[in-house]
Design a protein around this ligand. Structure first.
Ligand SMILES: [Zn+2]
Length: 108
């Protein structure tokens, strides 16, 4: 198992200061914190790989990185669609009850 990020909300706030530029191969993300620029690549399996220090230490079998650069890309994509993002730890994902009549209830 790869390392788990526990301060998800803090990482998401950090991502809001990053600058994302889209290319045909993926994204360049300039960190609002360090000023460094990293490359973020969409993966066929879902998620993103990143060239930052955190992203480069991902497992060979799972290259996904949840660093703030990858989260900045998610923010960039969702802003274009008008959707909103609620970052959660995987262990905090709510159960969803479909009560019918168009009503879902989320339970955490
Ligand atoms: Zn990164």
């Amino acid at each position: 198992m790869s390392k788990q990020i526990v301060n998800v909300q803090e990482i998401w706030r950090k991502a809001q200061f990053d600058t994302v530029t889209e290319y045909t191969w993926g994204y360049k993300v300039k960190s609002g914190q360090s000023g460094e620029t990293y490359r973020v690549f969409p993966l066929e399996t879902g998620g993103f790989a990143c060239t930052c220090k955190w992203g480069s230490h991902r497992l060979d079998e799972d290259q996904r990185s949840a660093c703030h650069h990858a989260q900045a890309v998610v923010g960039y994509i969702t802003r274009k669609t008008g959707k909103t993002v609620l970052p959660l730890r995987a262990s905090d994902v709510p159960e969803i009850y479909d009560l019918g009549d168009g009503v879902l209830v989320l339970v955490r």
